[in-house]
Design a binder for this molecule. Structure first.
Ligand code: HAM
Length: 454
């Protein structure tokens, strides 16, 4: 049997309803904050990622899925979306259309990391990027979007870490202080970090090897090397977060795994996730648009790791499962034929309906209705068709009523009108049914259906 490629996964029907719910919620939130969707390809020229993410990052050094296509071009499956968004922003001159451009994009990313819980070789991100704003309030606004999203999902145990990586001048001064510190630590650093010590010493803060982590505990802090402008930028970000009452922790070791960041960086961590605890990350990258051949436009953005978000929400997956609403149990040849027509009519009218194609006993059909978790069942046999009324059973209360065969679909749809089953288990579920129950009652009265009880 051919199985999944290591590090890749299927997202099964039992989980997709939750994915759809989360994606729709984030999409709506981003659009409320003025973001428009951009769809970008999965494949880009390798150079795009090498030049933007940085040649001495783990991603570019060892995690990219790169191949030479038949025309000899080096192509790479995108390991992240920011580089592609910037490419599209420049290529289509989006900066000329609007001085402030807010874009979001969603989809799979590919990194050949060592697979483990929360770390996949294909994973999904929701990215939000803002171009054209130097103002630190743009950073804070973006963090507000991110934290509102986390809040709406009621994620447990979430912590926001923030830092400032300053501008190239701050960083050059900081590296000047970091190098002698690292010289004193050469015996504690892994071979990777030793190699990076001269080329890109700040990468060492991001190393996950325990001895390197320990060695960096008393490293100098970038925050002590910020120039006045970067310092003031960071202060305004913090003040704005305070104003929004967003709690945060300052983490001067937060350098992120990509080299394009300037000034503000941030990550959202969830302890419950274990080793791979970052649910989202982002920051400002003021030099990237220019470095990739565009105008000198500032930018700031974030990406949410959807797979990790789902892991935190897994316990709630069942409550988002989309179940059919109505089951038609049909007995007899004519009844099954009529039910077949009704099922299609219900579906066309946006009522999720199911029936059995096989000619099974009423008992086994009712068992299937139970298993499907439907709210209502229509029971119809050839005799009911002759009598002109079928049984409508509420599967929760077990109450039954007769509904006339004539105009049956319209009548039932009228009764269920307010429970269109888009989100059957959301907060309004109960009120939907209260209203739909009343409407159904009214519908029965109007069309003269006699309830068994009266
Ligand atoms: P990143 O921190 O590399 O940032 O990724 C963002 C999120 O994607 C992480 O916090 C994590 O939740 C998820 N993620 C990353 N790698 C994996 C993996 N192997 N398996 C599962 N989930 C993963 C970026 O990608 C930047 N482009 C974010 C950004 C946007 N910065 C500015 N704009």
């Amino acid at each position: 049997m051919i199985t999944l490629v290591r590090g890749f996964k299927d997202i099964l029907p039992a989980d997709t309803a939750l994915w759809q719910h989360v994606e729709a919620m984030v999409r709506e939130l981003l659009e409320d904050f003025g973001f428009a969707e951009l769809r970008i390809p999965i494949l880009e020229q390798t150079d795009l990622f090498a030049r933007s993410i940085g040649t001495s990052t783990d991603i570019v050094e060892k995690e990219m899925y790169t191949f030479t296509d038949r025309s000899g071009d080096s192509l790479t499956l995108r390991p992240e979306a920011t580089a592609s968004v910037v490419r599209a922003y420049i290529e289509h001159g989006l900066y000329a259309k609007n001085p402030v451009c807010k874009l979001y994009t969603t989809g799979p990313m590919f990194r050949r990391e060592r697979p483990q819980k929360g770390r996949y070789r294909q994973f999904y991100q929701i990215n939000a990027e803002v171009f054209g704003l130097h103002d630190p309030r743009a950073d804070a606004e973006l963090i507000l979007v991110l934290m509102t999203c986390m809040g709406r999902l009621e994620l447990p145990g979430i912590v926001l870490h923030i830092n400032s990586l300053g501008c190239p001048e701050c960083r050059s001064k900081f590296k000047g202080a970091l190098k002698p510190f690292l010289t004193g630590k050469v015996h504690e650093l892994c071979s990777n970090c030793l190699r990076r010590r001269d080329k890109n010493p700040m990468r060492i803060f991001d190393c996950k090897v325990p001895t390197c982590k320990k060695a960096m505990l008393d490293a100098p802090s970038i925050l002590d090397y910020l120039c006045e402008t970067c310092q003031s930028h960071f202060e305004t970000v913090k003040r704005s977060l305070d104003r929004f009452q967003i709690p945060y922790q300052i983490n001067h070791r937060l350098v992120r795994g990509l080299d394009y960041y300037t000034r503000t960086t941030f990550e959202v961590l969830a302890q419950a996730l274990g080793a791979q605890d970052a649910v989202a990350g982002g920051g400002r990258y003021d030099g990237l648009v220019k470095a990739l051949g565009g105008p000198d436009q500032p930018a700031v953005g974030f990406a949410i790791g959807v797979d990790r978000l789902m892991e935190l929400l897994a316990a709630r997956a069942q409550s988002f499962e989309k179940r059919p609403h109505l089951f038609i149990a049909a007995l007899g040849l004519r009844a099954r034929d009529t039910a077949f027509q009704w099922v299609q009519d219900f579906r066309i009218q946006r009522v999720r309906a199911e029936m059995d194609f096989e000619n099974r006993s009423l008992k086994s059909q009712m068992r299937r209705a139970d298993k499907l978790g439907v709210s209502y069942t229509l029971i119809v046999g050839d005799r009911e068709l002759d009598d002109g009324a079928v049984v409508f059973r509420n599967m929760t209360t077990k109450e039954q009523e007769n509904v006339p065969v004539q105009d049956l679909v319209e009548l039932v749809v009228l009764g269920l009108h307010f429970s269109r089953m888009r989100a059957p288990r959301d907060k309004f579920f109960c009120s939907y049914f209260l209203v739909s129950g009343v409407l159904f009652g009214v519908g029965c009265q109007v069309s003269g259906v006699r309830c068994k009880k009266h």
